[in-house]
Design a binder for this molecule. Structure first.
Ligand code: KIV
Ligand code: ZN
Length: 551
């Protein structure tokens, strides 16, 4: 890196707009959406999608609810042309979906593009040319007027061919590519020159797409550029102002949201932000950001998992684990305090006392996009007792008493720490079983029988103590009290200080689990657990388990 970056780099000059209005506005409705997955997303893949992959992704985009879909660059390759023809000839697009195609302002390409559209119901012909100073200088070596002439000629060539699309509803779209790196006055001039040719009206608008082709500034600068255009371009009411952001500075989503505040009507982007370099705008995030503010995004991500499956299968890309809303870890809390807060928040929500979602750490209800509460908490060495208890309860119906949670939490954390990785619910249950249920030395139950006479209970038990059989007998006001008495006769003195039991969830072989806390004469406390189809035996086992944990 440079010692003094200012010698090599400089900030993009901001627009002068001291009376900007967008900071005081709020979003209240969804924009028009256009998916560019099959064009901008596809052209950025190491191995572009084949026709059947494009068809599968197209159907998914339709199902999500996109009404405008840029299906490709038909003049660029046979695959692209064939795909377009198949969509049209096989009538794959519902009547209310516009097929958008991209083309450069060149006659041969425009000719082939129009050919690819014959017979379509509704199309958007999207023409672009690059307008930034760097593109004008480096790529074209042309003056501003010469670059404007490219756009105007392209617009004319398209207009002259529209009669060939009889029966097709047509919308025209122009993009001054690299808009955000272009002087706003020049972007206005060239866009107005195209408008002059296409003659949009409020009844038959054209789309003016203002791309942040490469993010060169902060999102507030893009918002200023958009507001400036909305305020200064002529015949604004004949235009649909569209945003098309990329993500070079990782602020594509922010730029789009601020651009909408600044007056734009439409958003182009891709699922999960696939696209050139750092990608296009992630439409899922912007849509779900609206949703979490209570605004219907008009795109349906109720089953985001299946959208991810199709996306990954078709593009060969993967959705990163921390991708907003979609990532595998998005509804996962690792820290104990987060887990505890989420657990309480979910319980409050399920209690039905709140009208609006307000669960700590979860911006939306995972269930709304087909994710499960179960995924909210997983356990690693940083997890607190709350997370451990939640997992045992939610996955296996094991309801540890609060005090026992305090005892088992650190034991589980130690074990997880030694493993050095996150553990599943099943592994956690195995740890619990090993620590509390399966301990059978020194004490192991042989038989236990209790009889009651007028509220007085007597018990007889055969126990193994370090493998040696012992028969004990005892009395008390219940079977457990009688057992405690019987064990006392062998010199094992303790009292019971905690007790709870419940049926285990269906699917467990044993029907019930008992949890018992004992306190020895010298003040030591231990929990034990016992599992049996007979709740009395489960309790006896829990007592022996607690004694076994003293050693
Ligand atoms: O990023 C861009 O500028 C584009 C244009 C073709 C709209 O993809
Ligand atoms: Zn793009």
């Amino acid at each position: 890196m440079q010692k003094d970056p200012s010698k090599k780099y400089r900030a993009h000059p901001p627009v002068v707009l001291p009376d900007r209005q967008w900071p005081n506005r709020v979003l209240t409705a969804a924009p028009r959406w256009c998916s560019v997955d099959l064009r901008d997303g596809n052209q950025a893949l190491a191995v572009p999608m084949n026709v059947s992959q494009k068809l599968e992704l197209f159907q998914t985009l339709v199902k999500i609810g996109f009404k405008e879909i840029e299906v490709g660059f038909p003049s660029a390759s046979n695959t692209e042309f064939t795909f377009n023809r198949r969509l049209i000839e096989e009538k794959r697009a519902p009547d209310d979906v516009w097929l958008q195609v991209l083309v450069q302002a060149r006659e041969d390409l425009i000719e082939r593009t129009v050919e690819s559209l014959i017979g379509a119901k509704r199309v958007i012909i999207h023409m672009y040319n690059s307008t930034s100073p760097a593109q004008r200088r480096v790529v074209f070596g042309k003056t501003k007027d010469e670059i404007k002439a490219i756009a105007v000629n392209g617009a004319r060539m398209i207009k002259e061919r529209l009669h060939r699309l009889k029966g097709t509803e047509i919308m025209l779209q122009y993009s001054p590519e690299s808009f955000s790196a272009t002087e706003v006055e020049y972007a206005k001039e060239i866009s107005e020159a195209v408008m002059e040719v296409w003659q949009p009206t409020p009844e038959h608008k054209m789309i003016l797409n203002l791309p942040d082709t490469v993010e060169v500034a902060m999102p507030n600068v893009y918002a200023d550029q958009i507001e400036w255009m909305c305020r200064n371009i002529k015949n604004r009411d004949s235009l649909i102002i569209s945003l098309h952001t990329h993500n070079d500075r990782y602020t594509g989503v922010a730029a789009t949201e601020l651009g909408l505040l600044a007056g734009a009507d439409r958003v182009e982007g891709t699922l999960f932000g696939n696209g050139e370099r750092t990608g296009n705008l992630d439409v899922v995030t912007v849509a779900m950001n609206l949703y979490m503010h209570g605004i219907d995004p008009k795109l349906d991500f109720s089953n985001l998992g299946s959208v991810i499956d199709v996306y990954e299968r078709c593009t060969g890309m993967t959705v990163p684990a921390r991708q907003p809303y979609a990532g595998e870890l998005v509804f996962t809390a690792f820290s104990g305090s987060h887990q505890d807060a989420i657990k309480k928040g979910l319980a409050e929500w399920e209690g039905g006392t709140r009208s609006h979602w307000d669960v700590p750490y979860l911006t939306i209800d995972p269930a709304d996009i087909g994710r499960e509460y179960r995924e909210v908490i997983r356990v690693n060495s940083q997890s607190g007792k709350g997370g451990v208890a939640y997992l045992l309860e939610s996955e296996f119906g094991i309801e540890l008493p609060k005090d026992m949670q305090r005892e088992f939490g650190p034991i589980a954390n130690d074990a997880v720490d030694k493993l050095g990785r996150e553990v599943s619910g099943a592994e956690l249950k195995a740890m619990f079983w090993k620590e509390y249920v399966e301990r059978d030395t020194p004490w192991k139950l042989g038989t236990f029988r209790a009889t009651s006479d007028n509220g007085k209970v007597s018990c007889q038990a055969t126990l193994l103590r370090n493998g040696e059989a012992k028969t004990i007998a005892g009395n008390g006001n219940g079977p457990l009290a009688a057992l405690v008495h019987g064990l006392g006769t062998t010199g094992t003195n303790f009292e019971i200080t905690g007790y709870s039991e419940h049926a285990l969830s269906a699917g467990e072989t044993a029907a019930a689990i008992a949890y018992i806390q004992i306190k020895t004469a010298d003040g030591k406390t231990r929990w034990g657990a016992g599992v049996d189809t007979n709740i009395e035996l489960a309790s006896v086992k829990a007592v022996l388990g607690a004694l076994n944990r003293l050693v």
